[in-house]
Ligand binder design. Structure first.
Ligand code: DC
Length: 236
């Protein structure tokens, strides 16, 4: 790997739920000494606030108003991102199934996305960030230096998610159904649907280990850092 002191990049990792984005993004960010921003956690925090305030997930103006009045903070820790909503730690609560579905539902609204995208751009503007989500390479940072679309077979993604969530007490069938429903919504919404950017590197992690995925992305980062710091290498 190149030294972390080299010019700091924006690294976008997009893909569906269960593809392994969060783990990879957080490991990569730690290795590079970059910030790790999990954009889905921001949608989850807003969705939780909507649930708590009994706001319909279809009420775009009120959801947008709610977003503007919210303070959502994502703090990377060794065990994953800590999520703060108006100063309250909601890290565990936002992972629950009702919030996952709600996040997918509130995220279809253009006004909500506009607010989220603006916040995410502020957070990544100086580079040195690994940002993961659904629209980072297509919308939030279309000029990101490294773009990865991390995918995996749906059955494998369901199995991974079920393993992760068993400790939270959800049934396997419920988890699989939740994931399928969210996938369908995230891919078919009109505004910034989940899709690879035209210049993203697509990595299918179905039969790859976490380490193998990480190595693949590290190689892309390394190549970019070398190209940026040594332009003469590109001449021939
Ligand atoms: O990454 P996640 O599973 O925590 O995201 C939860 C939901 O938030 C996801 O189903 C769709 C939405 N989301 C989005 O629309 N755009 C993003 N960049 C990240 C998440």
């Amino acid at each position: 790997m190149s030294e972390p002191s080299a010019r700091k990049l924006i690294i976008a990792i997009d893909g569906p739920a269960g593809a392994g984005k969060s783990t990879i993004a957080s490991r990569l960010a730690r290795k590079l000494g970059y910030a790790n921003l999990e954009s889905g956690a921001m949608y989850r925090a807003l969705a939780l606030k909507a649930i708590e305030n009994d706001i319909s997930f279809d009420d775009e103006p009120t959801l947008s108003d709610l977003a503007h009045k919210s303070r959502i903070k994502i703090e990377p820790t060794l065990g994953g991102n800590r999520v703060l909503l108006d100063g309250r730690d909601v890290t565990l609560r936002v992972r629950e199934a009702d919030v996952s579905q709600a996040a997918s539902r509130v995220s279809i609204h253009p006004q909500v996305r506009e607010w989220m995208v603006a916040r995410q751009r502020e957070l990544g503007t100086n580079g040195g960030v690994v940002m993961e989500g659904r629209d980072i390479g297509t919308k939030v940072f279309p000029d990101a230096e490294v773009k990865v679309f991390l995918d995996a077979d749906p059955v494998i993604r369901e199995q991974r998610r079920i393993q992760q969530q068993h400790s939270h007490g959800a049934s396997s069938e419920a988890m699989a159904a939740e994931l399928r429903e969210r996938d369908r919504r995230d891919r078919t919404r009109a505004n910034s649907p989940l899709a690879p950017a035209h210049d993203a590197t697509i990595i299918d992690s179905t039969s790859l280990s976490e380490d193998e995925v990480l190595l693949t992305i590290e190689a892309l980062v390394d190549k970019k850092l070398r190209a940026n710091t040594s332009p003469e290498r590109n001449v021939s």
